[in-house]
Design a protein. Structure first.
Length: 248
């Protein structure tokens, strides 16, 4: 955390707004027939045009500017010439790096007309993230976030991925704390004002288990069931939190 968290919040907000803007650009063009590579190009150009850098590009060897995770891909899908078709769902995960600070966010997009099951999965995932964000304030435990998400998700018959989690961010892309999306109330580290981290639940239609493909990045559901994810970067305040990655 920066010595002055007001400055940290301002810088994260600037990066977060750019990342959210990139996702809004995707929303304008998403339709059957577009490739995930085209989505990547739009993200790269939008972030670059706003004098920021796409943090995923070359991060630990990742080859693209965003992650595009389609259908049963849980996270870290690599954009390619893969064409999206009617009924697909896709998570686009972007991180803008501006003036030394990161803003990290992801959103689900529907391609054409999707199934009722996919719609329910997407809605439940978004609700779980927002329920967790709404309880964040100085003094709660990290386990309270995980418990809130897990209870809502499992009440709807879905499962919470346990192999990936939210994370602290700021001047570093990924840092402590790890923010699990499952767990028990009253456990884990206490949250303090000034902390900046992501909440990014990955929720599966079937079993929670995942595996990573041979490319070393793409994580998929073991049972090939659909997966959904939403992500915001937030900053903790005394009485709540600020979401940095949404446009007013």
């Amino acid at each position: 955390m920066a010595k002055d968290f007001k400055e940290a919040f301002e810088n994260t907000r600037s990066a977060g707004i750019i990342a959210a803007g990139a996702l809004n650009e995707i929303n304008k063009i998403i339709k059957p027939g577009i490739s995930t590579g085209e989505i990547d190009k739009i993200c790269y150009e939008y972030i670059n045009d706003h004098k920021a850098y796409s943090a995923p590009l070359f991060y630990r060897g990742f080859p693209k500017s965003c992650c595009t995770s389609v259908n049963h891909v849980v996270c870290h899908g690599i954009p390619s010439n893969k064409i999206l078709k009617d009924g697909d769902i896709v998570n686009v995960d972007v991180t803008a790096f501006k003036n030394g600070w990161h803003g990290d966010t992801s959103r689900m997009f529907k391609v054409g007309k999707i199934s009722i099951k996919a719609e329910r999965l997407i809605n439940t995932t978004f609700e779980a993230m927002m329920k967790a964000i709404n309880i964040v304030k100085d003094g709660i435990h990290l386990g309270d976030i995980g418990s809130t998400i897990q209870q809502h998700v499992e009440s709807q018959g879905f499962s919470v991925v346990q192999d990936f989690c939210g994370h602290g961010t700021g001047e570093k892309f990924h840092k402590e704390p790890n923010v699990l999306h499952y767990g028990e109330k009253g456990t884990g580290e206490k949250i303090k004002s000034g902390m900046i981290f992501t909440i990014e639940p990955m929720i599966n239609l079937g079993n929670y288990e995942t595996k990573t493909l041979k490319d070393g990045w793409t994580a998929v559901t073991k049972d090939k069931s659909l997966s959904a994810q939403f992500e915001h970067t937030i900053g903790v305040t005394k009485d709540g939190c600020e979401v940095f990655t949404e446009l007013s």
